[in-house]
Design a protein around this ligand. Structure first.
Ligand code: HBZ
Length: 838
């Protein structure tokens, strides 16, 4: 290896300063960064200076692994997974990188020697909230597992200037505040201004036959922007592998500005610049809700075009034979948000690299695989044809061509079946015409998967049924998982220490090893320690609640927690109905001996989803009445934690006793919060929905609080004509609860405020809250009664954790690698440190 430092040149650095891991080296590197990067004397340095100096110290240690990973992959032309996702909900980097580097304790010590508290510095980090919820967080967990399993991978996404909004609660209502996460700089990314790629929009196309007799199409765009790469290393746990997360920012193309400027149109030029930069300005805060905004389609196409051009660029550095593109890259589409990739890869291969259509189509289909995350038919993305055609005229032509060839095959398979043809078509011809992105993704992929066993089955029976019947071999299930590094080791050090003391540390990489805890469920000493860890976590959360919302909660009460995006199908308001039921019982029988109960909620509502925002208002309104009523004091508390995000999740999961997973059966694709709770020792109260089904299978029915109708039972109920008003009229307590809300008891006498919620429950109740009400209330009572038997509860909690090994994202990623991606691990040696110093 050759050094970049000329021979004989005195070096300022020693190897240790940038790569060393002793406490003393870390301390010195930190002080060095404080001075030379932050430009501060220690006496005047702010908390943020300290945080940044430490972040750079850690980043140096990542870079060594990152550059060696890139070099190894390049030298070996390694097969690489590309995870395409409009969202990566990473959460704070610092703590996670310290865990994965194995440097947490050393850095804590180094900071202490400097008179600083690592926890304070960790709290300084503003989390990159580049996602809405489960789907974006799953992408982040998968990046962690890919690196840990030493799989070459690139995550491609969008570098939103403003991520998911910050939520404030004012007078019980959600208020959205812009998320200025980049305000103080982002030490984890490296801008790559030399990696810029052009992206076209609008305009028109023309065709001609070239001098070799080939039919060629040229796209003359109306607008052109450039994508600039911003790279973040994603380090695996105690391995040398650091993969690349490449996020794209949109910028105006300079030459365009100058053209306008030279013709005197200064404002036109500036407007053009603003319009270009708007593309990556903000994350759309809607989950499972369509908005159909042009800018959103621009974002999606921008991401896909940058990612695919980048892959082709990387490919051509090593080979000129694009017909083997799919041997080098396998691309996973995280839902349909990046599904336009199918048409874009065709365009790049056919129009720009002059491959024949059939060859290009073969490559395309072998390149892509598609993960579906929703069964809600109204959440399936579709774009009005006029909008699509005006923004992406060439892609619309390509989609027509793909569709025509596809429908020819369908006609052969199902002669005369016009209805099926219409359902399978990529173009929805009913009423206004639309491009159906799920159909495009299915046609253009070699593999299609759901995210939990039940979800994958229902996909085949409902939204993707025709595709399943046509090509059953493409379908499989890949049950979601979560990374135990962030969701146990980092967020629950107490539990991690306790587990590792008894079974060693292997479980962190091989989560099945948690099984070895099973015998300890009977061990009184272990159980006592287990209980102590949970209690300490609850005390911490209680302190946080006090500081954040000024409510005092009792850490020995049962912590019953529901955190997730607010949606009617997730049924946060079912939990509210139970709270009011409990409240009523206490009012009726003031001396009733109940288990002291703390209900904790958290979650954001899409800004345009009025009903979801009203549910937040309802929770806060009920909280206000309950928390100030002396008759129930100390026995019932309700808390809504504002601004639920990854950081908040890390505090909440370790402190939960009971995990609320109460969606209407058949609506939650998987859920991943359910896994995070159970891995931290909470017991689940839930329906047979999403991954709850598999969690219950693993932990054992006797360790899971099951309630509610099954998918089949609900189908039966609807078939027979669902009449929620009959249920309410026949259940006096339920009726009282609904009436109490209607009569303004929780709204200072306002009888209108919650009418949209209550009226919907009486009359329609699409998500069957009333059908599941009694079963839920009974199950809650059973769970809270059992909580009094702490011995039994702790035993169930230990068994839950011991049996949760399946839900590691490492297992999920291994399945993707074997069944879909056909990719092998590549070991990264840390041989090349010669350029750092001699
Ligand atoms: O994906 C969630 C599912 O609801 C959940 O059940 C599953 O566990 C998780 C991971 O597979 N879906 C989402 O989080 N969806 C979104 O966040 C979303 C974002 C933008 C959209 C649509 C959906 O336009």
């Amino acid at each position: 290896m050759t050094s970049l430092i000329p021979p004989g040149c005195p070096t300022v650095l020693t190897e240790d300063d940038r790569t060393g891991t002793s406490v003393e080296t870390l301390r010195r590197a930190f002080m060095d960064n404080l001075f030379f990067v932050q430009g501060r004397f220690p006496e005047v340095a702010t908390k943020n200076d300290h945080y940044l100096a430490l972040a750079y110290t850690v980043r140096d240690r990542l870079l060594l692994r990152w550059l060696n990973s890139a070099k190894t992959y390049r030298d070996q032309f390694s097969r690489t997974v590309c995870y395409l996702s409009a969202e990566f909900l990473l959460g704070p980097h610092l703590g996670n990188n310290l865990i994965n580097l194995g440097l947490y304790d050393a850095v804590a010590e180094a900071m202490q020697q400097t008179g600083l508290d690592l926890n304070v510095l960790l709290d300084q980090e503003e989390e990159p909230g580049l996602g809405n919820g489960g789907l974006g967080r799953l992408a982040a967990c998968y990046m962690d597992s890919l690196a840990t399993l030493e799989i070459p991978a690139i995550g491609y996404g969008i570098r939103y200037e403003y991520g998911i909004f910050d939520q404030e609660i004012r007078d019980g209502w959600q208020v959205e505040i812009t998320d200025k996460w980049l305000r103080y700089g982002n030490p984890w990314e490296i801008a790559r201004p030399e990696i810029t790629l052009p992206v076209k929009f609008g305009g028109s196309t023309y065709s001609y036959t070239d001098d070799q007799g080939r039919y060629r199409v040229v796209w003359q765009p109306h607008q052109m922007v450039q994508g600039i790469a911003y790279d973040t290393p994603i380090l695996g746990y105690k391995v040398n592998t650091a993969n690349l997360l490449r996020l794209w920012r949109a910028e105006a193309i300079e030459s365009f500005d100058f053209q306008a400027f030279n013709t005197g149109d200064y404002y036109g030029a500036v407007n053009e610049k603003i319009a270009s930069e708007n593309i990556t300005k903000v994350l759309y805060p809607n989950d499972e809700q369509l908005q159909g905004k042009e800018l959103r389609l621009m974002q999606q196409y921008f991401l896909c075009s940058c990612a695919l051009q980048d892959m082709i660029r990387l490919y051509l550095q090593c080979s000129s034979d694009l017909t083997r593109f799919h041997h080098k890259f396998t691309v996973q589409l995280n839902d349909t948000h990046p599904a336009i990739s199918v048409a874009e890869l065709m365009r790049l291969l056919v129009d720009e690299h002059l491959l024949p259509w059939d060859t290009a189509w073969d490559i395309t289909r072998q390149t892509f695989a598609y993960t579906n995350h929703t069964l809600l038919p109204e959440a399936l993305e579709k774009w009005p044809l006029p909008l699509f055609g005006s923004l992406l005229p060439r892609h619309l032509q390509i989609i027509y061509e793909i569709n025509q060839r596809f429908l020819d095959q369908v006609r052969l398979a199902y002669p005369g079946d016009q209805e099926r043809l219409a359902r399978l078509s990529i173009i929805d011809e009913s009423e206004c015409r639309y491009v159906r992105m799920a159909n495009l993704a299915c046609v253009g992929s070699h593999a299609i998967n759901g995210v939990a066993a039940l979800h994958s089955e229902l996909l085949k029976q409902t939204v993707l049924r025709d595709f399943y019947e046509l090509t059953p071999e493409k379908f499989s299930n890949k049950t979601n998982g979560v990374t135990p590094r962030r969701w146990m080791v980092l967020s629950n050090p107490g539990l991690t220490r306790l587990i590792s003391n008894h079974i060693g540390e292997d479980w962190i990489k091989h989560l099945d090893q948690l099984r070895r805890l099973e015998p300890l469920a009977e061990d009184a000493g272990f159980a006592a320690e287990w209980h102590a860890v949970k209690h300490k976590n609850k005390v911490r959360l209680a302190e946080y609640i006090q500081q954040r919302v000024g409510i005092s909660v009792d850490p020995s009460s049962i912590f019953d927690i529901l955190v997730k995006r607010i949606h009617e199908y997730k049924r946060q308001h079912l939990c509210v109905l139970n709270i009011i039921t409990l409240y009523q019982r206490l009012k009726d029988h003031p001396n009733l001996d109940i288990t002291p109960h703390t209900f904790i909620f958290g979650g954001k509502a899409a800004p345009g989803y009025y009903k979801a925002k009203l549910i937040i208002k309802l929770i806060n309104s009920v909280a206000e009445v309950v928390n100030t009523d002396p008759t129930v004091a100390d026995r019932l508390k309700v808390v809504f934690l504002p601004d639920y995000n990854v950081t908040c999740g890390q505090r909440v999961y370790p402190a939960a006793d009971l995990s609320e997973q109460i969606s209407t059966a058949g609506y939650e694709a998987s859920g991943t919060g359910n896994m995070k709770f159970a891995l931290n020792g909470a017991l689940t109260i839930g329906t047979l929905d999403g991954a709850n089904v598999e969690i219950r299978e693993e932990v054992g029915a006797e360790n899971f609080f099951l309630f509610g109708n099954t998918v089949e039972q609900l189908q039966e109920i609807w078939r027979n004509g669902y009449r929620p008003w009959e249920i309410a009229n026949n259940n006096p307590m339920l009726k009282r609860v609904l009436d109490l809300i209607s009569c303004g008891h929780f709204s200072h006498g306002d009888t209108e405020l919650f009418r949209p919620i209550v009226e919907h429950l009486w009359q329609n109740d699409r998500y069957c809250l009333l059908a599941d009400y009694q079963s839920y209330v009974d199950c809650q009572e059973q769970a809270t009664r059992l909580y009094r038997d702490q011995k039994q509860w702790v035993k169930m909690s230990i068994l839950n954790v011991a049996r949760m090994g399946k839900f590691s994202s490492d297992r999920a990623i291994r399945e993707y690698c074997e069944d879909i991606w056909r990719v092998q691990p590549v070991h990264v040696p840390l041989a090349d440190t010669s350029y750092i110093a001699q």
